[in-house]
Design a protein around this ligand. Structure first.
Ligand SMILES: [Zn+2]
Length: 179
């Protein structure tokens, strides 16, 4: 609107007010419910700058609250975009539940990747690391693909020399099914 582009400026979530940062993330009924679902409440009506307030809050808040603040902001924006671009909407409790579930999955995935790295640093892992070849040796990498319900499967292979340069390759198809 500032640049002269004609756009709908009504909040797409509640259709009750103009959409701006303060409204969408704090004043909107949907936002209020989202904050309530994580037991947080921020009154930004007197705030000069929402981002400054949040930065100040994150400097003094407990770690769990900072995580919640980030997730609620992310969740509100994510679900607002779902409504705008895909016309999908649901009750406030479900979006927040999904948002926190995504976070838990991300945390678990991050933890297992950190654990794997720590294990390989400590030498406790069975992971085989790539080793450079001795001159004159060749290395063959093999992979196979199976698709449920198909009567055949394929095997692909690439042969490379000690410099990693391509020497040869092949793809073979066999009859048979995945057990
Ligand atoms: Zn609204």
């Amino acid at each position: 609107m500032h640049k002269g582009v004609r756009l709908p400026i009504t909040c797409p979530v509640c259709n009750a007010d103009k959409e701006h940062l303060l409204h969408l993330f704090f004043d909107c009924r949907f936002a209020e419910n989202c904050w309530q679902s994580v037991d947080l409440k921020y009154d930004m009506r007197e705030a000069y700058s929402v981002s400054d307030c949040l930065l100040h809050e994150s400097a003094i808040a407990k770690y769990e609250d900072i995580v919640s603040i980030c997730l609620v902001l992310w969740g509100i924006w994510f679900w607002r975009n779902k409504k705008v671009w895909q016309n999908q909407w649901m009750n406030h409790a479900i979006p927040m539940e999904i948002t926190f579930k995504v976070y838990k999955e991300w945390k678990t995935a991050r933890k297992s990747s950190v654990d794997t790295r720590a294990m390989s640093v400590n030498g406790a892992s069975n992971l085989k690391r790539w080793q450079p070849l001795v001159s004159g040796e060749l290395k063959l990498n093999v992979d196979a693909s199976f698709f449920p319900g198909h009567e055949s499967f394929s095997v692909g292979m690439v042969l490379r020399d000690q410099e990693g340069a391509f020497v040869g390759g092949n793809v073979l198809r066999y009859s048979g099914q995945q057990l």
